[in-house]
Design a protein around this ligand. Structure first.
Ligand SMILES: [Zn+2]
Length: 106
């Protein structure tokens, strides 16, 4: 399970801190999951599909990321239904990618 804290990927202005390499790709991936999870009630949910990032045997995994917000910890729990990679994201609340009503009222 890939346990991540979104704050570790953010610069002081709230943008993604890594500029290149695996850290940037992972940060990009995690922020997409946060948007997909928190924007469920927005229009056009089909544009919110996050593709699995794994490439088993050098072929892109065909899976899509599913997620939910854990009601106890408020972490976003995500997983791929095909390869079963899974992880959690904490400290996403209030980030630029938090699309919940709470964020908009700040
Ligand atoms: Zn997968």
């Amino acid at each position: 399970m890939l346990i991540t804290n979104l704050e570790h990927f953010l610069a002081t202005d709230g943008s993604i801190a890594p500029k290149e390499g695996p850290a940037l790709r992972l940060a990009d991936y995690l922020t997409k999951i946060v948007v997909a999870e928190t924007a469920l009630c927005q229009t056009q949910p089909e544009t919110m599909v996050v593709r699995c990032r794994r490439r088993p045997n050098r072929k892109p995994c065909a899976g899509e990321i599913d997620s939910y917000i854990d009601p106890v910890t408020n972490q976003i729990i995500w997983w791929c239904s095909v390869c079963e990679e899974q992880g959690s994201i904490s400290h996403w609340q209030g980030s630029l990618w938090d699309c919940t009503d709470n964020a908009q009222s700040h």
